[in-house]
Design a protein around this ligand. Structure first.
Ligand code: F6R
Length: 246
């Protein structure tokens, strides 16, 4: 392991993975007053959200949680079911009763998306940094929509999705041509500033990229390698994803 700052937890099975993910989130947030959190969409966190809702719904902390979107498609109207915000709201924020006024979401339909990125950057400067970033990792090492080649110093920015991300996101919408081509995302500098980071990785398909991100060179070719440069990172992986790092 190239960095002593990374804490790695490997779980035995799927159930433990989801349970542990949920308990890590709660343990991190509970001591904080008004924690600012960003949360991922995707397959990996689904079980964690279910556990949070089933077992931790009654905790008072959700009333004080402040949520900011991690990434979003561009060009969709505010009610489009493909929006990441609506996904996280459905799976987690609504059932946990996180107050609407505590949720900062991207305006996917902003007429000037670069101005929208600036607005979010300014908001983070005024209200951040993140207390907790929960993130997944893409097969190409992306974190949020920070695709390979994204500079480490990037703030919130709009981008064109890579063909790989379009293919991978087509899982949710059945067809590649249903996947929007543009996205907006918190940048690596916004994420690197987080006081705590929890990385979720499950399945054999993530094992090689996870090893490259955590033990390979720190390079923009593998955006997730920024994790080696920051403190307070917990990697939660199942056995299959952890195959090359333990
Ligand atoms: C989702 C996101 C992505 C995913 C990553 C892994 O908001 O930002 O980086 O976390 O693509 O996706 P899954 O969990 O579906 O493998």
């Amino acid at each position: 392991m190239s960095s002593a700052k990374l804490r790695i937890i490997v779980t035995d099975n799927e159930k433990d993975f989801h349970q542990r993910a949920a308990s890590l989130v709660v343990e991190t947030l509970q001591p904080l007053d008004n924690p600012l959190v960003t949360l991922p969409t995707g397959m990996t966190p689904v079980g964690m959200y279910r556990v949070l809702v089933a077992e931790y719904r009654d905790l008072p902390l959700w009333q004080n949680l402040r949520f900011v979107g991690l990434d979003e498609y561009v060009g969709l109207p505010p009610g489009d079911p493909r929006l990441f915000y609506l996904w996280v709201a459905r799976e987690c924020l609504d059932p946990l009763s996180v107050p609407l006024e505590n949720r900062m979401r991207f305006a996917s339909d902003a007429p000037d998306i670069d101005a929208e990125a600036q607005r979010m950057n300014q908001w983070l400067l005024a209200h951040g940094p993140l207390d907790l970033a929960v993130v997944g990792i893409g097969g190409n090492g992306h974190i949020a929509f920070n695709e390979p080649g994204t500079p480490y110093e990037s703030g919130v920015h709009a981008l064109t999705l890579t063909p790989e991300s379009i293919r991978s996101n087509a899982r949710y919408w059945g067809r590649e041509d249903h996947v929007p081509r543009r996205g907006i995302t918190l940048g690596l500098s916004n994420l690197a500033a987080a006081r705590h980071t929890i990385v979720l990785a499950s399945g054999a398909g993530k094992s090689e990229i996870l090893a490259r991100a955590l033990t390979g060179p720190v390079t923009v070719d593998v955006p997730a390698s920024y994790l080696q440069t920051i403190s307070n990172v917990t990697i939660l992986a199942d056995k299959a994803a952890a195959e090359h790092i333990i």
